[in-house]
Design a protein around this ligand. Structure first.
Ligand code: ADP
Ligand code: ZN
Ligand code: ZN
Length: 738
């Protein structure tokens, strides 16, 4: 790290969270000693009439030609907050995304630290019994105080562990403390470690995978390609335990809805060390605490969602990305990073193994494994006694449907319930019905601000736009013809719930699980607990597709997937195949055999045929061949320039100019199909959303270098375009939605 020159001369080059691709120079305050590291520290600086928090990215000698520089107002860190590998990897990310370093730093830091707050206290708080408490314990009557006292008997327990062990323990602890029986103490994490619980003996496939991960030295990407229920999590747990035994930290990334209290409890119990969770359900203070605990090396295992990929790992030993194909790893605004891809970059810089796990690996990862760039570990069988469920296609062409359900399907549900099983009905469309239609004149309810139909909710009483959130009451009569023939068209999860409750609700519970019914992270768990192992019906969206083990699930019924078969997005087939396999994988997880029914009007569709006859890998091979033919990722590299404005013209005008600049900047092509290919500009698939007109310019190149070269050259000019000021625009490298 470069030493700061004599303080009076030192120039601090500060990365500020502004959409400008440059650093900003400030004079170091006189109090800043020359021997203090500056790079990576946060500073408060004047910026125009405002004050901003930034991070020192570099230092330099004072430039005598430079105009009078303003002085840093305050130094916020005594030693660098961003440093070492993370600091370097964030530079890489800024270059890769062609994004300002200051915005990348701001994305990586937890909000509290971004705002300039001091690094939080990170000691682990635990509770233990006082001597009086130990004495009193024997005489306590059964009840919650006694249960807590028993848990604290002989050893302190950290607060996170108590969260898993006894609901509402905090109030009980306060009561005990008030009577002098228990006390709260800060302890080193190492003193807490309860003995890890033993897991099942790994089967030969698992043992092989565990050995392969342990054998790697330095950077080693491994694709753990294992069918649902094959014991991938067991493999992670062994690899993490190995990593901990070597005295290193482990980072585990999970999809947004995969991080349930149940998952955390499993990790905590099995690893026997505090496991720190990082996810969107935490408040700013908690996030900053976990991040800082990792920076200090106190957090040894961090399990988190997308943004946890920015966790500092000074003693890294392993990174795991569970369900690596999951769409929630891609950030969709601001700095549009992909957490899986950035995890790979960090693992390389940290020289540690990175395990990508999935039952339905992304085509990118399969392609990399096929090309020998990743080790390919297969778990082909389910662990324990569970068997994969057979899939049966229900051809519903010309069959009468009752609210979208065929008679055969209803009979199958009936039979499954009668034999004591649980049923999952999957429909990836929340709400009551996708459209409100007038049967007299053909009018349908459209969102005023989007090119999209309003979804019917509340059994037909309310309308809601799923794209901009706009809500209104359903009109009592048709606004066009004043007729009274308004009817909800099609079926969403709400309507399915209503129908299934009418049929089966007297016999068994019928529960709906989607974002409407299950806003909170633990609400999902509550639903599952309500059901327990009694027979019952769950209706839901893809929220049901992952995460939770339902031991009694014997029938999975998939309805209404047909629209997904004919999407224009080149990734639609991959997403649909993954979803179907993941949903199907919920059946027959434990001792009971399961069955999957797939109701469709297109039983002969090649996607369904390949998937059912050959499984996911046959589908993936066919799909990869098509992608190669068509020149799509992973055989080409893409970027997307997006623009939007309140009127339709500015985005197109801007993208036209940008296109011209990019075409000029593109390296000359040496052969057909080489170099940069520009398509468009075109209106976005949803040309108007939340009142904004949207257009896009896709760029692709066979060589990643060609794409980045052209962008490096053209972007400064694109930034400077007068048209750029009349639209909101952004660049997305490796976009997932086109
Ligand atoms: P995945 O992560 O691939 O879905 P899990 O690791 O959650 O699979 O394992 C699925 C189920 O199988 C769990 O209940 C787990 O305890 C059990 N299991 C995993 N490995 C074994 C094994 N070697 N022997 C017996 N049961 C196992
Ligand atoms: Zn009408
Ligand atoms: Zn809308």
């Amino acid at each position: 790290m470069p030493a700061v020159p004599a303080a009076t001369e030192a120039v601090l080059r500060v990365a500020l969270p502004l959409p400008l691709p440059r650093l900003f120079d400030y004079r170091a305050p006189p109090a800043w000693r020359a021997d203090q590291a500056a790079v990576g520290c946060r500073v408060r600086v004047p910026f125009g009439p405002r004050e901003l928090i930034g991070v020192v990215a570099a230092t330099g000698p004072a430039d005598t030609d430079a105009p009078e520089l303003r002085e840093v107002l305050e130094r916020l860190d005594p030693d660098p907050l961003l440093r070492g590998e993370l600091f370097e990897s964030l530079h890489w990310l800024a270059r890769y995304c062609h994004a300002p370093l200051g915005e990348v730093f701001a994305t990586a830091l937890p909000a509290a630290l971004r705002r300039g707050e001091p690094r939080p206290e990170t000691r682990t708080w635990a509770w233990r019994l006082t001597e009086a408490g130990e004495t009193a314990r024997g005489a306590m009557r059964a009840g919650r105080p006694k249960r807590l006292a028993d848990l604290l008997h002989a050893a302190a327990r950290d607060e996170e562990a108590l969260d898993d062990l006894l609901e509402g323990w905090r109030g009980v602890a306060r009561t005990l403390a008030g009577r002098g029986l228990a006390e709260r103490v800060a302890v080193p994490a190492s003193q807490l470690a309860p003995a890890p619980q033993a897991g099942p003996e790994p089967n030969p496939e698992q043992a092989q995978a565990i050995a392969a991960i342990a054998a790697g030295s330095g950077f080693a990407p491994l694709l753990l390609d294992g069918v649902t229920g094959s014991g991938k999590t067991e493999v992670y747990l062994h690899a993490i335990a190995d990593c901990l035994a070597r005295g290193r930290q482990a980072l585990v990334l999970v999809p947004e809805i995969g991080l349930t209290p149940q998952t955390l409890a499993r990790f905590r119990a099995r690893l026997g060390v505090p496991v720190h969770a990082l996810h969107s359900g935490l408040n700013d203070g908690e996030r900053a605490r976990v991040w800082t605990a990792a920076l200090r090396g106190e957090a040894r295992v961090v399990v988190g969602t997308r943004s946890a990929v920015f966790t500092p790992l000074p003693e890294a030993g392993l990174i795991v990305v569970d369900e690596e194909h999951d769409g929630s790893y891609k950030q969709q605004d601001g700095i549009r990073y992909h957490a899986r891809d950035f995890a790979l970059v960090r693992a390389r810089a940290l020289q540690v193994p990175v395990v990508l796990g999935s039952a339905t690996p992304s085509l990118e990862s399969l392609h990399n494994a096929g090309g020998g760039r990743y080790a390919h570990l297969r778990l082909a069988r389910r662990a324990g006694n569970a068997r994969p469920p057979p899939v049966r296609v229900l051809d519903v062409r010309k069959r009468p449907l009752d609210n979208g359900l065929s008679r055969e399907l209803l009979e199958a549900i009936d039979a499954a319930l009668a034999s004591g099983g649980q049923v999952l009905v999957f429909r990836n469309r929340r709400g009551y019905a996708p459209v409100l239609l007038c049967h007299d004149c053909g009018w349908s309810a459209q969102c005023r601000r989007c090119d999209a139909a309003m979804t019917v909710h509340g059994g037909g009483r309310r309308l809601q736009c799923h794209h901009c959130g706009h809500r209104q009451a359903a009109p009592p009569a048709c606004p066009d013809c004043a007729g009274l023939a308004l009817q909800p068209q099609g079926v969403g999860t709400e309507r399915l719930e209503e129908l299934l409750a009418q049929r089966f609700g007297e016999r068994v519970p019928v529960l709906r699980i989607d974002r409407g019914s299950t806003r909170r992270r633990d609400a999902l768990q509550k639903h599952f607990e309500t059901l327990g192992d009694r027979p019952g019906v769950l209706v839901g969206t893809q929220m049901l597709a992952k995460g939770h083990d339902l031991a009694g699930l014997t029938l999975v019924a998939v309805v209404g997937i047909d629209e997904g078969l004919f999407s224009a997005d080149f990734r639609a087939a991959e997403k649909l195949a993954q979803l179907l396999i993941q949903v199907a994988g919920r059946a027959g997880r434990a001792e009971r055999p399961g069955e999957v029914l797939l109701q469709t009007h297109h039983p002969d569709h090649p996607l369904l045929q390949t998937l059912i006859q050959g499984g996911y890998h046959a589908f993936a091979a066919a799909e990869l061949a098509q992608r190669e033919e068509a020149g799509f990722p992973p055989f080409a590299h893409m970027a997307l320039l997006r623009a939007e404005a309140r009127h339709a013209d500015p985005p197109m005008a801007f993208l036209q100019r940008a296109r011209a600049l990019l075409a000029e900047a593109a390296p000359p092509s040496s052969a057909v199909g080489q170099g940069l290919v520009l398509h468009g500009p075109l209106p976005a698939p949803m040309a108007r959303r939340a009142g904004m007109y949207r257009a896009q310019l896709p760029l692709s190149a066979l060589q990643r270098r060609d794409l980045h070269l052209a962008l490096d050259r053209a972007l400064p000019m694109i930034h400077a375009l007068p048209e750029a000021r009349r639209t909101r625009w952004s660049l997305d490298i490796d976009p997932v939605d086109l």
